[in-house]
Design a binder for this molecule. Structure first.
Ligand code: PMP
Length: 283
């Protein structure tokens, strides 16, 4: 089945889903995005993603393409038209079409593109085995709190990980882990979760916020502070979170097994309670 894609107000077959070569998203990576997962045909953490989108747009002085209520309608319509029961909705807003210039155009109309991907998320086999990460230098720009489409370094990081026989990379700056290439990083020591505090140095993960909320409710202690790769290697457990991976065990860092080298009990419990809560709250 060919997908139906949303482009600036229209639902079109994917072959007809096109934007201009003058779109600033294409020319300058002048755009932001969100990924919302779908379970049981419903949107997970939609409100968080919609709010973060508004924040990303505001930080870049970009116009919102529509209201949050309209965004929800479009998400639901796409999920319905593409019969997605499990997978994700990708959304991208760019500053729009303008003659190429570094300065922001004054009157460009923002571009809004959305599409779905059907994917197995819950029974993702790596959630049972865990994944291997390598550490790499974090050489990204200083506004990682804005979810922009400039994803070349994270892509390079994944390729470096693959070349080293691993699955993903955790990025390190000034001796401390910032985050994964497309996820937030955590360790567990003596039953307590440690994850980096929020700042401009990391993306404020929507799954991170939900997982910490759920941890609090479940009586699992956590601390928000930076940690080193050495501390991570010596931890009992490690994991990462993202909208499409939920809570994902990390079992090896730079070839060193973490704890017993298998997904740990705190990680697995968090995945379970997060998914339970997220499904209950899905819209
Ligand atoms: N950090 C980075 C760099 C990311 O790209 C992502 C996911 N896009 C995350 C963290 C996780 O954020 P979320 O839980 O909102 O998917």
């Amino acid at each position: 089945m060919e997908r139906i894609v949303y482009v600036n107000g229209d639902y079109v077959p994917e072959v007809d889903a096109k934007v201009s070569v003058f779109d600033r998203g294409f020319l300058m990576a002048d755009g932001v995005y969100e990924v919302t997962s779908v379970l049981d045909g419903k949107l997970i953490d939609f409100d968080g993603h919609a709010k973060r989108l508004v924040r990303s747009l505001r930080e870049l002085e970009m116009k919102a393409p529509c209201s949050e209520a309209d965004l929800l309608k479009i998400h639901r319509e796409l999920v319905k038209r593409n019969a997605v029961t499990e997978g994700l909705v990708y959304l991208q807003v760019t500053r729009g079409v303008a003659d190429r210039d570094f300065a922001y155009p004054k009157d460009a109309r923002s571009t809004l593109v959305m599409f779905t991907q059907t994917k197995t998320l819950i029974d993702n086999p790596v959630a049972k085995t865990g994944i291997k990460v390598i550490s790499i230098d974090d050489i990204r720009w200083g506004r990682r709190d804005i979810k922009t489409v400039q994803l070349l370094y994270p892509s390079m990081g994944k390729m470096m990980a693959k070349a080293a026989g691993a699955d993903d990379a955790w990025m390190v700056e000034d001796g401390k882990v910032t985050e994964g290439t497309s996820n937030n990083a955590y360790i567990v020591k003596n039953g307590k979760i440690v994850t980096r505090h929020l700042s401009n140095e990391i993306l404020h993960g929507i799954t991170r916020a939900a997982v910490l909320r759920v941890a609090k409710e479940a009586g699992i202690a956590f601390e928000e502070r930076a940690f080193t790769i050495e501390e991570a290697k010596a931890a009992d457990e490690a994991f990462f979170t993202s909208a499409s991976a939920f809570v994902m065990p990390v079992v090896e860092i730079d070839k060193t097994p973490v704890g017993a080298g298998v997904p740990g009990p705190v990680t697995l419990r968090l995945r379970e309670v997060y998914l339970e809560e997220a499904r209950k709250a899905a819209v």
